[in-house]
Design a protein around this ligand. Structure first.
Ligand code: PLP
Length: 406
């Protein structure tokens, strides 16, 4: 059996592979018609006044904060149980991230949020963790009352709805990610969606100053689905060949890492922020066309897990279930046992209030013990895959194995 992975190119299908191959030889890797096509499709889907495509969610958040004139001394509220890709753009503006604890939906705990607001608070970032909408209506009311900017982080929730309205359309501004393990993927990619006219102009003028990534960087991203699906995953456990190919590909810079070394220590690499290149827009647009299919599939798999193994989340028809979290006391053991059956559950969302696990909490300005629920949950959580390549047979196998281990 081909190795099942939750994070190594999970959304890739044959048509995506074909596009990646073709784009490797394209002369229009950087600028071209796919950028406008993708931006227009995205804009129409949400009915945004303006969208701006970038080379990651991190780039998008940084551009938003810069355009809001966020500076040293300002406080940005963000939930704990988030990733360093959310915190580093805040640190790059020299503002201070203020962490709020989470509730059972893995989203901001509203009561704790109220306690964190001070006269220096400028904005609140709402994460919609794993595609489960946060209580965005109440948070919006709190933001309005205190005159705070509401930023929606829709990295996990593209297509999710709260009260029948798309996540991403409640806040002053929102951003999306098309990272390798997100709802749709162009390996790296992001989008800002905005309706506020003043903010549109400011974002536009900062956006116009950005560069596109270079061809080498674009090639690294195009190689990702190809190497993962044709070499790494099929050979993952065959004499460890897949793992070796993966390590060598990164060492020789044929592939780039999802999170670079300096990001664990509070910095962003110099290729963020940049614009989305044309070839990645083509990949993203092809995936975007499959959004409903992807999200219905995720919902179906989430329902199956819920019925058969339970789990902390309620099933909501309009959530996107990027992944399916379960709390256990023996997560390490479960992850190791699953590996023996060619199922890789590691995705980094574990063991730390700010993930991936090796992130330096001091550099994130997070004090240990600050958000106890987030810490407790991150120690007990394991994540099950829901993506389009998880067939019913694989889901059955996952349930069977899981039940035999708890
Ligand atoms: C919740 C959340 N927000 C933002 C991001 C940043 O997205 P990107 O990886 O595209 O920079 C990520 C992923 O890394 C994420 O998981």
């Amino acid at each position: 059996m081909k190795t099942v992975s939750i994070s190594l190119s999970p959304n890739t299908e044959k048509d995506d592979l074909k596009i990646a191959f073709k784009e490797l030889f394209s002369r229009k890797k950087i600028k071209g018609k796919h950028l406008k096509t993708f931006e227009n499709n995205f804009k129409n889907y949400f009915d945004f006044k303006s969208v701006f495509s970038l080379n990651s969610g991190r780039s998008s958040l940084f551009l938003i904060l810069k355009s809001l004139d966020i500076k040293k001394g300002d406080e940005i509220i963000v939930q704990a149980f988030t990733c360093n890709a959310v915190v580093n753009p805040i640190l790059k503006t020299n503002a201070t991230p203020i962490y709020t604890d989470i509730d059972k939906t893995l989203n901001i705990d509203i009561e704790k949020l109220k306690e964190k607001i001070t006269k220096n608070t400028k904005a609140v970032i709402v994460q919609h963790t794993f595609g489960i909408p946060g209580n965005i209506k109440t948070i919006k009311e709190i933001c309005n009352k205190h005159n705070l900017i509401l930023i929606e982080d829709c990295a996990h929730s593209l297509g999710a709805k709260y009260n029948n309205k798309y996540c991403g359309t409640f806040g002053d501004v929102s951003f999306f990610s098309f990272g390798r393990d997100k709802i749709i993927s162009s390996v790296y990619g992001g989008m800002i969606g905005v309706n506020n006219k003043n903010l549109i102009n400011k974002i536009q003028s900062n956006y116009d100053k950005l560069d596109y990534p270079n061809r080498k960087w674009v090639n690294q991203q195009l190689m990702h689905p190809i190497i993962m699906n044709l070499l790494v995953l099929p050979l993952y456990n065959f004499l460890n060949l897949g793992k070796i190919i993966l390590e060598l590909s990164i060492r020789f810079k044929i592939l780039s890492k999802a999170v670079s070394k300096i990001e664990y220590k509070g910095k962003l690499p110099d290729y963020f922020p940049q614009k989305l290149p044309n070839s990645l827009a083509k990949l993203a647009n092809n995936q975007f066309k499959k959004l409903n299919k992807f999200n219905s599939h995720r919902l179906e798999i989430a329902k199956y897990y819920k019925e058969n193994i339970g789990g902390m989340l309620e099933i909501k028809e309009n959530a996107t279930y990027l992944k399916y979290p379960v709390l256990t006391e023996n997560g390490d053991e479960i992850i190791e046992e699953f590996k023996k059956f060619n199922i890789m559950l590691e995705d980094g969302w574990r063991k730390n209030a700010i993930v991936p696990p090796k992130t330096d909490l001091n550099k994130m300005i997070y004090k240990k013990g600050e958000c106890q629920n987030a810490e407790e949950i991150s120690n007990k959580i394991i994540i099950l895959p829901t993506h389009i390549n998880i067939t019913k047979d694989i889901a059955e196998k996952i349930v069977y194995l899981f039940k035999s281990l708890v």
